[in-house]
Write a protein that binds this ligand. Structure first.
Ligand SMILES: [Zn+2]
Length: 361
């Protein structure tokens, strides 16, 4: 089974320049090859990518010293791509290859001279390019990588052979309730405290913001404050990222089936207070991470129906009642159950899956 990844790169200006040079090299070679191909065809020859590449390597490349500073893989792949574009055109599968324009199709492909490229975690050593960082962890072994630019951002794409590495599971089925007071409550009784990084760091952010407003714009002090503020924002984002990564890894690694609610996010966003909390806690990100991590660890993500009343139903007898947000405890008038609101919801989510549930789960 093959899977593809495309993910954003975290780069400094020097790296961006280096990548832009490679993309420019790729475009230069592709356009050079295309114009020669067209000219040769007009003169009655039957060009192909391999022949053009030979001409380029032996006669053209030596004339341009700047090419020596860039990976030679770039031009090899540019010719390969040109050949494939013509092949698709001749088979009637694509349009006649056209010249690449700067800013529209900035990309290049490289490989590791036959050796696989290993990507593991947040930092990656790419052949020739060196160390780059990504905004999400990647686990993949691939033969080639493509780097491209879109709207000023750089992306890494690759495909790899995918094999799950299942981990032993503590619990067969776990229901997870995402909350406002608590980040996540598991049907096992385990709770992950709310991160609310913005709220806890809000005082500090507000203080920095006040300091900034008192300073003369573009003065040295003002610049220092801008940097401090940006640093605090980044710190806050990292706390959140870290908490979510830990939670989703724990869920996917230790549970056979992870049952979550299909959050009616647009409905919840109408509630201003809830909306901030949802944004803070990264609920979209939570689901996205679970989707790929359950695949990594051989578990399954189950998304309960959007209209499943997980908060309103008694997890013991099935009685349904209204549960306004301020009620933190579910008190059942039918069977007398009194249970934490979020725990009750998570147990309902666990029951929502028609599976045999481990007695101690
Ligand atoms: Zn009940």
């Amino acid at each position: 089974m093959y899977k593809s990844i495309k993910t954003k790169l975290k780069l400094n200006n020097k790296q961006k320049t280096f990548l832009a040079q490679h993309a420019g090299y790729s475009r230069w070679v592709y356009n050079w090859g295309l114009s020669l191909w067209n000219a040769a065809y007009k003169d009655g020859y039957k060009p192909n990518a391999r022949k053009l590449r030979e001409v380029f390597t032996n006669h053209t490349k030596p004339l341009y010293p700047w090419m020596k500073n860039l990976s030679s893989k770039v031009y090899q792949y540019a010719f390969r791509n040109l050949g494939e574009a013509f092949k698709r055109f001749f088979q009637g599968l694509g349009k006649r290859p056209r010249f690449k324009k700067k800013g529209r199709s900035d990309s290049f492909t490289i490989d590791n001279c036959g050796k696989p490229v290993e990507l593991n975690g947040w930092s990656h050593k790419l052949p020739f390019i060196g160390w780059v960082k990504t905004y999400e962890p990647i686990e993949a072994t691939t033969q080639k990588i493509t780097i491209s630019r879109q709207a000023g951002n750089w992306y890494l794409s690759l495909s790899y052979e995918f094999s799950a590495t299942p981990t032993p599971k503590i619990t067969d089925v776990v229901g997870v309730d995402l909350g406002v007071k608590t980040l996540a409550t598991l049907s096992t009784g385990q709770a992950f405290p709310s991160i609310k990084p913005y709220r806890t760091a809000q005082d500090k952010l507000a203080k920095l913001q006040r300091e900034l407003s008192r300073k003369v714009k573009h003065s040295n002090n003002w610049h220092n404050s801008v940097i401090k503020l940006a640093r605090q924002h980044r710190r806050v984002a990292n706390i959140r990222k870290d908490a979510l990564q830990k939670l989703t890894t724990h869920l996917a690694k230790n549970h056979g089936h992870v049952v979550i609610e299909d959050l009616n996010v647009s409905g919840m966003m109408a509630n201003h207070k809830l909306a901030k909390s949802i944004a803070d806690q990264g609920f979209y990100e939570f689901r996205r991470q679970l989707e790929y991590k359950t695949q990594w660890y051989g578990s399954e993500l189950v998304v309960a129906d959007r209209f499943f009343p997980s908060s309103k139903t008694c997890s013991n007898c099935g009685h349904v009642q209204d549960m306004p947000l301020h009620l933190r405890t579910y008190d059942c008038p039918e069977c007398g159950l009194s249970i934490d609101r979020d725990l009750n919801a998570s147990i309902n989510l666990r029951h929502a899956v028609g599976l045999t549930v481990n007695a101690c789960g």
